[in-house]
Design a protein around this ligand. Sequence first.
Ligand code: PLZ
Length: 452
Amino acid sequence: MSLTDVTTVPVGGPSLAQERRLVTAIPGPRSQELLERKADAVPSGVGHTVPVHAVAAGGGVVVDADGNSLIDLGSGIAVTTVGNAHPKVVEAVRAQVAQFTHTCFMISPYESYVAVAESLNRLTPGDHAKKTALFNSGAEAVENAVKIARKHTRRSAVVAFDHAYHGRTNLTMALTAKAMPYKSGFGPFAADVYRAPLSYPYRDGLTGPEAARRTISVIEKQVGADNLAAVVIEPIQGEGGFIVPAEGFLEELVRWCRENGVVFIADEVQTGFARTGEMFASDVFGIVPDLLTTAKGIAAGLPLAAVTGRAEIMDASHAGGLGGTYGGNPIACAAALAAIDVFENDGLIERAREVGAVLTRRLRALQVADPRIGDVRGRGAMIAAEFVVPGTGEPDAALAASVARASIAEGVIVLTCGTYGNVIRFLPPLSIGDDLLNEGLDVVAAALNAAQ
Ligand code: PLZ
C-alpha cells in the first residue's frame, strides 16, 4: 500500500485540529518506512531535518503519515508565511489549474504574470519606476539579478558577504559563504565574486558606520569600484544566522553604491513578504535597493521568484535575454496574487509583529536564566537564539543541534542555522495561534533545560 493511500488523511489548511499530538514516537512506523524508501530512491545529498512524512498542514501544524501533529515553527524555511493550504490560495490555484496550466510567458503572455509584476513594483521600497521579471527559485532570481546588473553596468565583479546564503547553483554557490554543506567538492565556482565583511554586532562589536567603513575599504582595495557591477546582500541574513546588521551599515553601503554606480541588490528571498514585520526587510532600515530578489513567501509554497528593480536597470537587457520555460508559471502566479491579497488585506504585517513580540519575550526570558543563550535577535516573525559556551562566547553547535533534535522528537519543528551551526531560528507561519506558539516555545525551553 502506498503511504499516502490512507483513508484517514485529514484535509489541510486552517481547519486542521490546531494541536500538538504525538501518537507514535518520531518517526512513527509509516514515516520510518518512507525514510527507508527515500534512502533507496533519493541521493543522500538531499537531506531532511524532520524525520516524518507530511500528509497535511495548515494553521500552525504539520500532520505526518502516522497521525502525529507537529507544531510548525519553520514554515518550510519561510515559505508558508500566509499558512499552509490557505483557502484563498487553494481556491485561486484550483481555478487556474482548470483554466490553463502553461503557455510559456515568452510564447503567449497572460495577465496574472503582469499583475504579479505590477504588485511587486508597487509593494517594494521606493517610488521610482520599477519593472519585475519572474523566475522559479530564489537562486535563479539572484543569478538573474547579477546578470541584469552586469548588463547595465558593463562591469563584471560582484561582492557578497561573510555568512551569506544565496543558493546552490554555480554562481549562487560562489556567492554563498559556507563551505559545508553548500560548496565542498562542488567547484570550480563562478569567477569575479569577492567576499566582504558583514556587520555582526554580537560578534564584531562595531557600530554600523564603523562596520560599513571596514567593508567599503575592503571593496575599494581588493575589487575597485570601477570593476564592481553589484553588491548582493541579505538585509537580515537567513541561513547565516538571522544576523541583523547594526544601524547605519546598510544605509552607508547603499550610499556608497549609489555614489560609485554600483547596483545594490537586496536578496529578500527569506526576509520578504511580511516576515520581518514590514513587507520587506529593506523597509526595516529605510533603504531603497536598486534590485530586490524575492521567492519563498511570495506564492505560499508554489515555486515562484522575482527580480524587481529600477526600470532603467531592468531594461538594460536585450529582448530575449531574460526568461525561462516556467518562469512566472500561471498556477504559481495565481497563488502569488492570492497570497499578496492576504499579505495586504488580512493584517499579516501586524501579525508578524505580534508573533515577534511573543518570540522575543519568551527567548529573552530564557536568556536571562541561561547564559548558554548568547544572543536573541531578529525582526518580526524572524527571531533566533545563538547558543554559546558561557564565558568564552564560543559557538556551541552541539547544544543547538541537541535542543533542535529534542524539540522535534517532542513534536515541534525548529530549524538551526548560522555559519557555526549554533543558532536556532524561529519563523512560524503567521497563521499560527498564540497558544500553539507558546506551547512550541515551552517544548524548546524544556529541551534546553534538559540539555547538558
Ligand atoms: N537567497 C536569502 O534564504 C534559500 C535554502 C535551504 P531557493 N534559503 C533556504 C537549503 O539548504 O537549500 C535562499 C535564501 C536567500 C536565496 C535562497 C535560494 O532560494 O529557492 O532555495 O533557490
